[in-house]
Design a protein around this ligand. Structure first.
Ligand SMILES: [Fe+2]
Ligand SMILES: [Fe+2]
Length: 205
């Protein structure tokens, strides 16, 4: 954590709390990334898990790219609330990708970013788009569940704990898309209803 010193310059406050430990005869700072309070050295993620987690970063960034493309579409058809909702979704997916990015680093792995495919750029009506969102989220839920299965198989307890958050998140994401699909079905071809939903989606933060 950074804090301002009395003189106004920035100081790294953790410097005051660095301690040392001895592991296999070697001195290791407790602030070192290779130090783990329970095992002495940081537990490394397995090769298989590392590859799978690394791929998941790509899936999350691909999701972000898809939703950003949908946002661009909604801007083009004068539905700014829908465009805003998709932009928020884009930001969330970037956050998911970065969670995996940080986790790999924390477990002693190196991130290798994958290529991201060009997302579709032409879309049909809002109902069709949100059906596409739901299908996409179901696929992502599948990749998260597969990661969890691997973590169980490998008795990788830290990854299981980390993935609990994503499992709950996927339930929310699928529900959010399903709820909007239901509203769009009720609206049908009524422009007034679509305008109301657009205003509602504009309020997402
Ligand atoms: Fe995600
Ligand atoms: Fe998602």
């Amino acid at each position: 954590m950074f804090r301002a010193s009395a003189s106004g310059s920035w100081m790294f406050s953790a410097l005051n709390s660095i301690k040392e430990d001895t592991i296999n005869g070697k001195t290791v700072h407790t602030s070192s990334p290779h130090y783990n309070v329970t095992k002495g050295v940081r537990t490394m993620v397995s090769k298989k898990m590392h590859v799978a987690l690394n791929k998941q970063i790509g899936y999350e960034f691909s999701s972000a790219y898809l939703y950003l493309s949908m946002s661009a579409h909604f801007h083009a058809v004068n539905l700014p609330g829908f465009a805003h909702w998709m932009n928020e979704q884009y930001k969330e997916e970037m956050g998911h990708g970065m969670k995996f990015f940080s986790y790999i680093y924390e477990r002693g792995g190196k991130v290798e970013l994958e290529a991201i495919d060009k997302p579709p750029s032409s879309f049909k009506n809002p109902l069709d788009i949100f059906k596409q969102v739901l299908d996409h989220e179901k696929k992502v839920s599948g990749t998260i569940n597969a990661l969890y299965e691997l973590a169980l198989k490998e008795s990788d307890y830290p990854s299981q704990v980390m993935l609990h958050w994503f499992i709950a998140e996927q339930v929310e994401e699928e529900k959010a898309a399903s709820d909007i699909i239901e509203q769009l079905k009720m609206i049908g071809d009524a422009p007034a209803g679509l305008m109301m939903l657009d205003r509602q989606l504009a309020a997402r933060s």
